[in-house]
Each structure stands twice: as structure tokens, then as C-alpha cells.
Ligand binder design. Structure first.
Ligand SMILES: [Zn+2]
Ligand SMILES: [Zn+2]
Length: 168
């Protein structure tokens, strides 16, 4: 489910998920109105956990990834690019357009960041944890600098883990 209506970007996400994980993604563009209740007026941000609970109440089969422009937080963090504790995951584009060192972020760079964070959250949905390899898409991103530094696919070790958990 994508609240962001950007077909070019969504195509890239779908393509990457297919190439990396071999999964086909159905994209629905629409608003997750139930997520309005996840808004924290003091922080002017959305609580990622309650947004995911709202998303989980929707009918869905298999894995669900919500793509939203809402700015997300989880307790203990100023913001997060995404969150996927299980079943349903979310990626926020709110902060992925950030400028680094004052340089404007090109549309292509922003798409790459969104793709990486989507591949990251789907990795969680498939059972992967954070990886200490900074080039691995499963390494945690504190900022877009981390996102730009990491690769767009899981490292060989993570792919191996994925293969193992699939065989179970
Ligand atoms: Zn993560
Ligand atoms: Zn890894």
C-alpha cells in the first residue's frame, strides 16, 4: 500500500524486491486513513507502531509494506525511515529527501534511498535482523548519510540467512 503516488519510484521498488527476494508485489495506491489516529500532536509525527497496527487491521494476505510520506518515530528515536517488527512494515519518505552537506538531493538519489529502505524493511519482514556490515542493505540507517553509504542489496551473509530461514 502506498500513500505516495509516484509510479516511477514504485516501479523501482517493485523491481528491486523482485530481483533481490524473488517476490512479486501488488501495489495499491491509496490513503491509510486509519493511520491518522497514530498522529502525535506534540511531536508532529506518527507513531510507527500504531500506524502498523492500523495497517494490519486491513485485509491483506502475505507481507504488507506501507509506503508513506508521514514522518515516523518509535520511542527512543527522533525519527525512523522505517519500521517492521513483524507482518507489516512501513517506510517513510518524509526524511529521505534530506540534503547532505547542502547538496540538493536529485530525484534519482531519493528514489535510491527509498528503494534501499524498502528492501531493508522487507528484509525484516522476511526474518533478517540488522547487519554490522555497513555496505549491507540490512545495516541500520541513522541518517541519509548511512542510507547513501550502504548498498541496495543484502550482503552474502544475510542472503545465506535468508536462504536458511526459507528452507525451514
Ligand atoms: Zn531495520
Ligand atoms: Zn548483511
Amino acid at each position: 500500500l502506498s500513500e505516495v503516488d509516484d509510479r516511477k519510484m514504485l516501479e523501482r521498488v517493485v523491481e528491486s524486491l523482485r530481483l533481490i527476494y524473488g517476490v512479486e508485489t501488488d501495489v495499491t495506491i491509496g490513503q491509510l486513513s486509519e493511520a491518522d489516529a497514530a498522529y502525535d500532536g506534540k511531536r508532529k509525527q506518527y507513531d510507527a507502531s500504531s500506524l502498523l497496527k492500523a495497517a494490519a487491521r486491513r485485509d491483506h494476505s502475505g507481507m504488507t509494506l506501507v509506503l508513506t510520506a508521514r514522518d515516523l518515530y518509535v520511542p527512543g528515536f527522533n525519527y525512523v525511515f522505517g519500521y517492521a517488527p513483524g507482518g507489516v512494515g512501513v517506510v517513510s519518505t518524509a526524511r529521505l529527501g534530506q540534503r547532505v552537506w547542502g547538496a540538493p538531493s536529485s530525484q534519482e538519489l531519493v528514489i535510491q534511498r527509498i528503494v534501499k529502505e524498502c528492501v531493508h524493511e522487507v528484509g525484516h519482514l522476511m526474518g533478517l535482523s540488522h547487519c554490522s556490515n555497513h555496505g549491507c542493505v540490512m545495516s541500520f540507517s541513522n541518517s541519509v548519510i548511512d542510507t547513501d553509504r550502504k548498498g541496495s542489496a543484502p550482503c552474502p551473509e544475510c542472503m545465506l540467512k535468508l536462504g536458511r530461514s526459507r528452507r525451514l
